[in-house]
Design a binder for this molecule. Sequence first.
Ligand SMILES: Nc1ncnc2c1ncn2[C@@H]1O[C@H](COP(=O)(O)OP(=O)(O)O)[C@@H](O)[C@H]1O
Ligand SMILES: [Mg+2]
Length: 453
Amino acid sequence: MIVLASAPSAGETWLSWVLMVAAALASGLLLAGPALRRRYPAAWWMCIGYPAACIRVARTWRPLMAGCGLAVSRKAALTVVSGLVGNGAPPPQPRVPRRGAVRLAPGGFWFLVRLLPGQVPEDFVNAAPAMAHDWEVHAVRVTTWKPGVVRIAAMAADPLKDPRIPKQRGAERLLRVVVGVLETGTQWVFDLRHIPHWLIVGATRSGKSTLINALVAGLAPQPVALVGIDCKGGMELSLYGPRLSALATNRAQAVKLLAALVDETQDRMELCRADRVRNIWGLADDKRPVPIVVIVDEIAELFLIAGRSEKDEAQAAATALVRLAQLGAALGVYLVVAGQRVGSDLGPGVTALRAQLGGRVCHRVADPGTAEMTLGDLNPDALQAAQSIAPEDAGTAVLASADGWERARSRLVSEEEAESIAAEYAHLTPYLPALADGAGGFTVHLERLDRDE
Ligand SMILES: Nc1ncnc2c1ncn2[C@@H]1O[C@H](COP(=O)(O)OP(=O)(O)O)[C@@H](O)[C@H]1O
Ligand SMILES: [Mg+2]
């Protein structure tokens, strides 16, 4: 056989040049890609990540819907007719839900989907993990857009990995604190006047105390009394010592302090009744008692019992906490309770207390049961998100309330920062005679709050 070598034509030369340049560009992009992506994440997502995601969604939509059981087969009759008419052509494919255009969002994308007859949004919520895997994104959230239409939003990377905490904007409102950032990039706000009582759950070193620190740091400059119950010897809350109106560091002290707080709420109730108002906010400014935020770090230390004598103490603490939660919201007493577990194994009182704490924060937990106890009675679909928090993401949590659920990450407040904040605002620590009179060994600060300042 003879092979004829001929000089390449002009067209071929041109083609090989184009190919070479394309190959050089592609390999350059591959090499510099990770650096560019880290340096300019937004531009990277817009120019490369998002178009790639669009292609991926378009390619996988039909098999994905079929795989998740969201495709509806055509009528059997139609299949038979097409088999007869089509002469062995493949039968018509099952119908899949119609999808709108994939829209660009910061760090992600979203689109709308019309449900097929017989489908509910929950079917798509259940399919969300499969979508996230197929599209190689961090997470997919499904929400109802309007009846019959769901909105599917995907986030390429976890925005809480390296969050930028938005600054508090505008004047600080009483009992409202920015404690971190939500997954959407907006402020994570604790507003105790909106949701008065909170339960914060998480395994050891999941970020509970850090969240409490952020909350106390935000409350310290406000005219509120802070009361701590930290039965692990006060290790966590003593950082804020000078700014706390009272701090109980063991169970005996805690029981006395809680009893004093219950008495205080009863006095406030009298005050409101005499003035014929329904809560302390209806009172005149000069008569209104100072709001009290009661912080309990590690509820188990308060509830777990070893012997008979401890049983009465634990019972008393539980009863007082439930009482405070029931009466507190209207009377300016707010509860923030943190613990590793909130199961009924801690005692009979804990279930009643849990029911009273409307705001829920679930950090990484050791077992699914705890996540379920924290979030389940409010929001079953938040469970999945709570259980996928990794140990290295301390401070990341799922929040749930009657309004819905969200992922968020707290602001890391260092020990030095906490101490300097406590020292700076120590002069604001209110004088609470009720707590001082019941002085049962817990530390009480008697500096008077100068309201004229
Ligand atoms: N929001 C956060 N961002 C970064 N790191 C955090 C955050 N929250 C907690 N951590 C890290 O996790 C550690 C343990 O947190 P901590 O609040 O003491 O956990 P817990 O009270 O649940 O045992 C902290 O020392 C800190 O290093
Ligand atoms: Mg802790």
